[in-house]
Write a protein that binds this ligand. Structure first.
Ligand SMILES: Nc1nc2c(c(=O)[nH]1)N[C@H]1C(S)=C(S)[C@@H](COP(=O)(O)OP(=O)(O)OC[C@H]3O[C@@H](n4cnc5c(=O)[nH]c(N)nc54)[C@H](O)[C@@H]3O)O[C@H]1N2
Ligand SMILES: Nc1nc2c(c(=O)[nH]1)N[C@H]1C(S)=C(S)[C@@H](COP(=O)(O)OP(=O)(O)OC[C@H]3O[C@@H](n4cnc5c(=O)[nH]c(N)nc54)[C@H](O)[C@@H]3O)O[C@H]1N2
Ligand SMILES: [Mo]
Length: 781
């Protein structure tokens, strides 16, 4: 059965040469500048509608993603009015959750719905306590810092008496937990990265575990004016930096880059890193002076590498067998990195897997052996291939964040534990040395996220989602999450409100003026929460008496203060707003991660117990977790190719090329199904042809996908991007139609330490869809 895969007009960003005009602080500017997470753009507005959008000023943003904005903003899937689920409107919390996603949604007036929301919040807080309101509301929301929906909902729920929050994130949850034990904080994923200019100047070899996939450089959290990662890479390549790309798929090598490729089985990078570290010791290449001065625990770690604790010497032969590569690949890699200036990097994807703490810790251990941590262009760094702006020169602190409030309920769950929290109230779990007790969730409040995209095992989430008494969602579109709410409040998009936007990984701060009127009856999240706060008697705590521009001025004042502290001239708010953009001057010196520590490890000691880089952590040892030992270690994933059935394939679910997760899916043609990349030999084994509609399945569920045959990936591996909207089949239970791979990923976390998303450890079977009828039924619920 053939299928329509998703198509896009441009494969590369085309820059705009149109003149830029000043944004207007009110409606109806002809051309205005604004910002999305996928880049700054020029918006052309006519008759109150956004008619076209182009990347701003040769900024390198993806022209397809920017060009899709009019279809996005004016999509027929925009929610035009508040809606309430039919039986919930009649019976409130007694309606039960079974009808979510199935029943009709009834349009209601704003006043009615706001009364309903405030009385539900009040009821649940009075009867069950604030912790029974789950309001962590994970999700990217949109660019613009005042109207950032997730910040708004958490601020509101804190003002209204408290809620259960979510700790960490999906992007680098495991790193967020492990890095403070090793380096004293998580800056190496959240903010710090060695400047690309020092790589161009100093590096001899850059080894990228997980590759440097240019698709990920379309996006910056908060949005960016510059997308110059390809240029940084070109500069490095031009100077002769040798690149090594370690990834199961070709697409992780930027086009035109003459790189050495190693294609390991997914989730086996830790074994490669450990074997290289072992070889450093054996060859006498381990930098003993560095280890003695800056590192603790390398003796215990080296003993493990030698097999003194587990009887296994971590040789190249050992690692190559685990990773399914030739020993010669490791020899070649070792001969490249044993001398010269070496930068080791890992994509964030590596830690979004079973025991995802280990590859990041092992990378630091290998870099410590080579002794170049803290030197320009050397050592290690995370995420060069993960997001635009990692390692780009930019000053921090100029983009003001919306202020949060302390959560009086002091309740929180790890971000990826939503299903378990909903299904197992009162249960305790380990989490990074603590015990967390799941609250008794009665009300879920989500604004700015799409859990029916981002969570794993979505058919299980559907079951868990039936349990709460009340679910309130703010959305702009009828996403799968909005469809599964009891109360849906339509939110404006960034173009319909005034804001300030930008990212600490980019040298611009943007004014984001309101360019069109709210579409339909949509309201700003901020305005909705303001109304609810008034009804709940916490209006002053939430809004502090400020309106939209009052808040924008207050936020900008922070930027001005920050500039004053650094001797950078920042315009006053009115000039900034009239100019539309503030270009933050480049930092004087390129950033080099951990250079101060290297310079003086006593004065600038790390915030670890030893003040040094910890390759053995006594703190983690005391936790006693079987799934997170006290030093970097190889632990086989629960699902991987080393222990797979004859017909099982490893599914990588990476970030989509031309979407931001599930955002922009609504602009893609109706009936289009997400592609799955599969090796021709695997396709032949299962009778799959190019363009065939296939079923991707395991015991958790199945989704459709459109087969794309390519020998650009390792046999046994298949790749699907995330973000297709969850659309279960009406008749066949356990089958999803649009190609959302999170129906087959597992509801499992990295370890007791991180309790983080481990989506990238998934085995599946892939079959032609036509074979469905005669196939066995074991995959379906
Ligand atoms: N299998 C698998 N799953 C993954 C991943 C993976 O690698 N593999 N990656 C994970 C990662 S790293 C992430 S970050 C998550 C992303 O997960 P999410 O952040 O939940 O994904 P988005 O699609 O960006 O969802 C944002 C939602 O907010 C809505 N929104 C945007 N602006 C506004 C606004 O102003 N107001 C309101 N009320 N709503 C708004 C959008 O319409 C959209 O529905 O996914 C995770 N899931
Ligand atoms: N276009 C676009 N860009 C994005 C996003 C988006 O939605 N769209 N989302 C942004 C967000 S929220 C985040 S957190 C970052 C995420 O950044 P990453 O986590 O780095 O991105 P991914 O695309 O999930 O993975 C990068 C590559 O890692 C490879 N890989 C997967 N598993 C393994 C493995 O076990 N070993 C090795 N060696 N390689 C492996 C895959 O081939 C994949 O292409 O991306 C950001 N960038
Ligand atoms: Mo992410």
């Amino acid at each position: 059965m053939p299928c329509a895969a998703l198509v896009w007009k441009n494969d590369t960003a085309s820059a705009s040469s149109r003149p830029r005009s000043l944004p207007n602080s009110r409606v109806a500017a002809r051309v205005g500048i604004s910002l999305s997470h996928w880049g700054a753009f020029e918006a052309e507005v006519a008759d109150g509608r956004l008619v076209s959008a182009r990347p701003w000023r040769n900024g390198g943003a993806d022209a397809d993603m920017i060009g899709a904005l009019p279809a996005f903003v004016h999509s027929p899937l925009r929610i035009d009015r508040p809606h309430v689920r039919e039986s919930f409107l009649r019976r409130r919390e007694r309606a039960g959750g079974e009808g979510r996603g199935r029943e009709a949604m009834v349009p209601v007036e704003w006043d009615t719905v706001l009364d309903l929301c405030s009385s539900e919040l009040d009821r649940v807080r009075q009867m069950h306590g604030p912790a029974s309101i789950l309001g962590g509301s994970y999700g990217w929301s949109s660019a613009g810092r005042l109207h950032h929906a997730r910040s708004q909902v958490r601020r509101f729920l804190a003002a209204a008496g408290g809620y259960t929050d979510q700790i960490g994130n999906y992007s680098w949850g495991a790193a967020h937990a492990i890095l403070p034990h090793v380096l004293g904080n998580a800056d190496a994923v959240s903010s710090t990265a060695t400047d690309w200019r020092t790589i161009a100047d100093e590096t001899d070899v850059l080894v990228a575990f997980g590759g440097l996939n240019p698709k990920n450089w379309h996006v910056t959290s908060g949005g960016a004016g510059h997308h110059h990662m390809p240029r940084h890479l070109e500069a490095a390549a031009a100077r002769g930096v040798k690149f090594v790309i370690v990834s199961p798929i070709d697409e992780d090598t930027p086009p035109g880059l003459d790189a050495m490729r190693i294609a390991p089985r997914p989730n086996t990078d830790t074994a490669l890193m450990l074997a290289l570290a072992r070889r450093a010791v054996v060859d006498g290449r381990a930098d003993q002076a560095f280890l003695a001065r800056y590192v603790t625990g390398h003796e215990a770690f080296s003993a493990y590498l030698a097999g003194e604790t587990d009887g296994i010497d971590k040789t190249f032969e050992w690692a190559a067998a685990i990773a399914g590569i030739d020993v010669a690949d490791l020899e070649a890699l070792w001969s490249l990195i044993r001398r010269g200036r070496v930068m080791l990097t890992a994509a964030w994807s590596l830690q979004r897997a079973d025991h995802g703490e280990q590859p990041f810790w092992a990378l630091i251990a290998l870099a410590a052996m080579l002794g170049q941590i803290g030197l320009p262009g050397g050592g290690f760094c995370f995420g060069y291939g993960s997001m635009n702006g990692v390692g780009a020169p930019a000053r921090r602190g100029y983009v003001p964040a919306m202020e949060g409030l302390t959560n009086p309920a002091a309740s929180a769950i790890p971000v990826a534990c939503v299903i378990d929290a909903l299904m197992k109230p009162g249960e305790q779990i380990d989490f990074n040395g603590r015990r967390i007790t799941f609250p008794d969730v009665r009300l879920v409040y989500w604004a700015g996220g799409n859990p029916f995209h981002h969570a794993q095992d979505l058919f299980l989430l559907e079951q868990a989602w039936r349990r709460p008494e009340t679910i309130i969602v703010h959305e702009s579109w009828w996403t799968p999450t909005a469809r599964r709410a009891d109360i849906v409040l339509p939110a404006t998009t960034t173009l319909e409100r005034n804001d300030i936007g930008g990212s600490s990984r980019d040298p611009f701060v943007f004014a984001m003026p309101r360019l069109i009127d709210p579409v339909g009856g949509a309201r700003d999240d901020f305005a909705i929460f303001g109304e609810l706060a008034e009804r709940l008697g916490c209006g002053a705590a939430f809004g502090e008496g400020l309106d939209e521009f009052g808040w924008l001025r207050r936020l900008w004042a922070k930027t001005e203060r920050h500039g004053a502290g650094e001797g950078v001239a920042v315009p006053d708010f009115d000039s900034f707003w009239a100019d539309g953009v503030f270009a933050v001057p480049e930092p004087d010196l390129p950033e080099v991660m951990l250079d101060a520590f290297r310079h003086d490890p006593l004065v600038n000691k790390l915030a670890t117990p030893s003040g040094r880089i910890e390759l053995h952590s006594t703190r983690i040892e005391h936790f006693g977790y079987r799934d997170c030992p006290p030093h970097p270690a190889w632990i086989a994933p629960r699902e991987w190719l080393g222990d797979a059935g004859e017909d099982e394939l490893h599914l990588i679910t990476n970030q989509p090329r031309k979407r931001l997760h599930s955002q922009l899916f609504q602009t893609q043609p109706d009936g289009a199904v997400e592609p799955i990349s599969i090796h021709p030999a695997d396709a032949a084994r299962f009778g799959i042809g190019e363009g065939d509609l296939v079923r991707v399945e395991n015991r958790r569920g199945a989704c459709q996908a459109c087969a794309r045959l390519t020998d650009g990936l390792q046999q046994g591996v298949v790749v699907m991007a995330t973000g297709a909207w969850f659309r279960p089949d009406d008749e066949i239970p356990g089958l999803e139609r649009n190609g959302n791979p999170n129906v087959v990923t597992a509801n499992r976390r990295t370890s007791s330490l991180g309790q983080a998303c481990a989506a990238l450890s998934t085995l599946v079977r892939v079959r032609p869809m036509a074979a469905l009828a005669g196939d066995d039924d074991s995959g379906r619920r």
